[in-house]
Design a protein around this ligand. Structure first.
Ligand code: ADP
Length: 299
């Protein structure tokens, strides 16, 4: 669906994307990473809103530099920030957005009522947007991105600012609407649960680089064997000492996670604690799941 090759994007001295290469398949894809990772920058480049500093990108098989207009017709966008006019009703706004994308009044009207029906909006659709709740505003933003029947919709932090109930509802709405229309989804978020609920594939980004690309089900099933370690003393010295034995510890749980290889790993931990003058408070073999994998990748 999207192919990026060695993309670099700089904003002055800040490098937002740093030699970013990815091949994104069709389906429902999550772009996951902490704030400032470079997710929005990537989405904006893929939408043709901003240009790369260097590198190339193709969207739906087309070169963005050459064919922006045709590509935009095939893409929908739900921006993170609130950008909908308060003075219009939901119906008026969506019809207007349909007309802007080149639809006839008749098809824009028909499509508006179809989408609002799926969103289960009743009489509220004739009320001014200023009266809408946060969740309803997000739904209208989603609807405007789908009005022209795009092949793929880009959702930038779609659950931003919603309480847990509204978030769950929003995620279900995204699933419902995109399944009905068969639309591909590119969902950018810093929330793992958004990806688990909506996506079948995930791309993890950190510091402008691709850290991991994985099937969501596989990632959720993936469990890693670690030894949970809690020490007293200098964690830094202990970690350095472990490193000398070829072991990389990461922060996790209430202390450190040391990858379990075999029972000898326990001896190496004890040895490193002695050599770094640290006291061992806890050493327990356990498994970590997707949450931890994500935290380790972006650490
Ligand atoms: P994310 O969407 O993952 O939160 P962004 O793509 O928004 O990350 O930002 C990546 C980096 O680029 C951050 O360090 C951010 O401060 C910086 N950045 C983003 N937009 C601009 C801009 N218009 N001008 C300068 N720096 C920017």
């Amino acid at each position: 669906m999207i192919e990026a090759r060695n993309v670099i994007k700089k904003y002055g001295a800040v490098t937002a994307l740093d030699d970013f290469t990815v091949d994104i398949p069709e389906g429902k894809i999550g772009i996951l990473g902490p704030n400032g990772a470079g997710k929005s920058t990537f989405v904006k480049i893929a939408l043709g809103l901003i240009r790369t500093t260097s590198g190339s990108i193709t969207v739906l098989g087309e070169d963005l530099d050459r064919n922006t207009v045709d590509i935009r017709r095939k893409i929908g966008y739900m921006p993170e920030h609130d950008c909908i006019p308060n003075s219009m009703t939901g119906v008026e706004f969506l019809i207007e957005m349909g007309l802007v994308t080149g639809m006839s009044l008749q098809s824009a009207t028909q499509r508006t009522h179809e989408i609002l029906g799926h969103l289960m909006m009743g009489e509220e659709k004739y009320r001014k947007i200023e009266e809408y709740s946060g969740g309803m505003r997000q739904k209208i933003k989603l609807a405007q991105g789908l009005i022209h029947g795009p092949e793929v919709i880009f959702l930038d932090e779609p659950t931003s600012g919603l309480d847990p109930k509204a978030r769950q509802e929003m995620l279900e709405t995204i699933n419902g609407l995109t399944e009905v229309s068969g639309t591909n989804v590119l969902l950018s978020t810093h929330i793992l649960q958004d990806v688990e609920t909506v996506c079948d594939h995930v791309i993890i980004v950190n510091n402008g680089k691709l850290q991991m690309q994985e099937n969501v089900k596989k990632l959720m099933q993936r469990q890693t064997d670690v030894i949970q370690v809690r020490i007293g003393g200098s964690t830094e010295d202990f970690v350095k000492q472990l490193k000398k034995s070829g072991i990389t510890a990461t922060s996790g749980g209430r202390g450190l996670h040391v990858p379990y290889v075999n029972d000898k790993t326990f001896e190496q931990i004890v040895d490193s604690a002695v050599k770094s003058n640290c006291q061992l408070y806890e050493m327990e073999r356990t498994t970590v799941t997707m949450d931890n994998v994500y935290l380790e990748v972006v650490d």
